[in-house]
Design a protein around this ligand. Structure first.
Ligand code: 0RX
Length: 382
């Protein structure tokens, strides 16, 4: 005999797992799944809108899973900008929070993403302007909170029917070394300093990714499709040119130590080793100048090329910040500075602490209980 649901909740099976959700959410349909969770689209009877509900996969099975779940909840709670995914609701069907097993995150439903859109159609420069403007507003907001996205790519830019864009992070699957190896989309948008562990990186890794994405919108194909880590660096430097002497000196003064060992199909080296190997490799390269961006983006306007020239720079310190990029003439037509808001700083102290499973659970319960829905998602239509 099936157990009764918590009052106001009902049970439904989705992909052989039981979902227990409030009555207001109807018509659940699975739209994505992976090691970390499953996402369903649903109809919100209270607001008359479509929402996405994410059920994390056994979030308290280990300290690592619990930490990830807690961080996703806190990050989503913090995000309050129209170009960044935010949280509409968070709920659990468990009556006693001491025994919390599952919780669900509710977000606005986004029908497609930039990756899918670019496969379907070629984008006019007007649309590129509008989409990149939204992406840069979103990035300015995220960066102002002190957060680095780290995995900005077309699949993490959700788009709705009105061409409105929100930055999100699907992150449903594990990103192990294997996913970063070979001819893989997961690496094509990564800044060179991230791929090769050159240095302690900053927010400008996302500016590099934004430049790669904008370039792809204009060319209708990815800009840097490397076959492996070093091939990707070669592809990058065909365009950026080889690094200036002062940049190589700067790299040599950085001492990046990372504990893990990585195995690629051809060799097994520590990441620290790979880092040194890459630095030596850089020093030995024959000098190549930066390519004229107008020759690569021959159909693009001078204003568009100017944005790319400021984002796709090998030296992260030379790249424009999101805020600086927004000042460029390319964005003037769509610009509304009132929409370019900044976030409250995001406190990462707890996220970076080593806690027990029970402590992670306690913190998560506190975050669930202190959630307040955004003002404009409380109205009722039914
Ligand atoms: O988007 C997230 C997520 C976002 C996030 N950040 C926001 C951007 O800056 C960095 C931090 N950090 C962790 C997670 N999660 C998420 C994404 C898609 C999703 C469910 C959860 O499924 C959807 C959402 C909307 N429509 C369709 C499917």
């Amino acid at each position: 005999m099936a157990l009764r649901s918590r009052t106001g909740f009902y049970r439904q099976e989705v992909n052989r797992t039981v979902w227990e959700v409030p009555e207001r959410y109807r018509d659940l349909r699975q739209v994505g799944t992976g090691a970390y969770g499953t996402v369903c689209s649903a109809w919100d009877r209270r607001t008359g809108t479509q929402v996405a509900i994410k059920k994390l996969h056994r979030p308290f099975q280990s300290k690592l899973f619990a930490k990830r779940a807690y961080r996703e909840l806190r990050l989503l709670k913090h995000m309050k900008h129209e170009n960044v995914i935010g949280l509409l609701d968070v709920f659990t069907a468990e009556i006693s929070l001491d025994r919390l097993r599952d919780f669900y995150l509710v977000m606005p439903f986004m029908g497609t993403d930039l990756g899918k859109l670019m496969k379907l159609e070629r984008l006019s420069e007007d649309r590129v302007q509008f989409l990149v403007y939204q992406m840069m507003k979103g990035l300015k907001y995220i960066h102002s909170a002190g957060i680095i996205h780290r995995d900005l790519k077309p699949g993490n830019l959700a788009i709705n029917q009105d061409c409105e864009l929100k930055i999100l992070d699907f992150g449903l699957a594990r990103q192990a070394d294997a996913e970063m190896t070979g001819y893989v989309v997961t690496r094509w948008y990564r800044a060179p300093e991230v791929i090769l562990n050159w240095m302690h990186y900053t927010q400008t890794v996302d500016i590099w990714s934004a430049g790669c994405i904008m370039a792809e919108m204009l060319l209708a194909k990815p800009l840097f499709k490397g076959n492996d880590h070093l091939d990707q660096l070669r592809e990058i430097m065909k365009i950026t040119g080889t690094p200036a002497a002062d940049f190589v000196v700067k790299l040599q003064s950085q001492d990046v130590r990372i504990k893990t060992t990585t195995k690629t199909p051809k060799c097994s080296v520590t990441v620290h080793g790979l880092c040194q190997q890459a630095k030596n490799y850089l020093r030995g390269l024959p000098k190549v100048p930066q390519k004229d961006f107008h020759s690569i983006f021959s159909k693009a306007s001078t204003n568009a090329v100017c944005v790319l020239e400021k984002m796709l720079l090998l030296d992260p310190e030379e790249r424009a910040s999101a805020s600086e990029a927004l000042d460029l003439p390319f964005f003037a037509y769509f610009r509304d500075t009132e929409e370019e808001t900044e976030a409250q700083p995001y406190d990462q102290t707890v996220d970076n602490t080593d806690l027990t499973l029970e402590q992670w659970k306690r913190h998560t319960v506190t975050e669930v209980l202190t959630f307040r829905p955004p003002k404009d998602s409380r109205e009722t239509t039914l």
